[in-house]
Design a binder for this molecule. Sequence first.
Ligand code: NAD
Length: 360
Amino acid sequence: MKVLVTGGAGFIGSAVVRKLVSQQLADVVTVDALTYAGNMASLAPVMEAPQHRFVRADIRDGAAMASLLEKEAPDAVMHLAAESHVDRSIDGPAAFIDTNIVGTYTLLEAVRGYWSGLPLPRKEAFRFHHVSTDEVYGSLGPSGAFKETTAYAPNSPYSASKAASDHLVRAWHHTYGLPVVTTNCSNNYGPYQFPEKLIPLMILNGLEDKPLPVYGAGANIRDWLHVEDHADALWLVLTRGMPGQVYNIGGDAERRNIDVVRLICDLLDDLVPSGKSRHELITFVTDRPGHDARYAMDISRISGELGWRPRHSFESGLRQTVDWYLGNRNWWEAVRTGRYAGNRLGLGANGVSTAPAGAP
Ligand code: NAD
């Protein structure tokens, strides 16, 4: 089986590529435009593997996508390329509309052209897997969880752009018969995550004795999914999911942001003791505009139909993640000294504030 993975140099995409190649599940063509979030160093473990190939290309370039598909003749496309950071979408929504909506549309059209020309058995077996987010469902009160049937109510430019892309994928299935599967997942964490997101930012700031900025009172609740559990779930959905179906994926780990940050402080104090506790670095900063209060996922469909459950507990997954950042300074120092030093994003001021960031 050959799989074309878009966004494969990003956080989740690279975890998928590393899994597929290292476990010899598929031949992989990684397609990535290498925006600020793409990082070839995340693909280092598979770059020499004969069953992996990297192509730098933009999903918004329809001609490039069409010729790549003809040339590589994949059996499936896993679509993870996106602008992915809510705060950046508040400062500059245009890139989110371009990549997440127009880019997904452009890719869908290229894939439809390629898929239409496949011989029947390959055409039936083909899959387009669209990777999306729980944020399309909006925000929850203190109880309940998002189901696949929950009405869409996206609140940020990021989630609105992902919701639009989900609708396009759905329509390409219903209108043209393209065999698609869509997954909506909760907040991912784990190795190789770009340090603009809450968990790596707090780990690295804690290591560098910098403030740990928590948005508002830190009371917002997210469900945390280890990226390796997510990659397992994506492979299962790609290979065993029903065409046209949507699957919610969650980590069964709802936590308040402040509790996540406190746990990171405990882990750093334990693993890398310094003169003072990292808890003293916690600083409460202006909240994100329109910050969703709570997300939680009902994973009964994927666990009931496909037998998937997360393997990592949040506590052990977070310890493994902190360990990974401790052991991989080269990876994150190159990012922190180059593309992103940790400045505050998402105040709707095109990123002009220099305060550090602090929300997932
Ligand atoms: P990421 O920002 O780490 O990686 C995105 C990748 O896409 C980067 O390598 C980037 O270079 C590439 N890319 C961006 N625009 C492109 C374009 N026009 N053409 C080709 N490549 C392009 O994102 P991530 O965290 O790995 O997220 C992957 C997917 O999962 C996204 O679709 C995101 O919406 C979704 N998702 C992420 C999370 C999370 O917690 N990280 C949660 C739910 C859903």
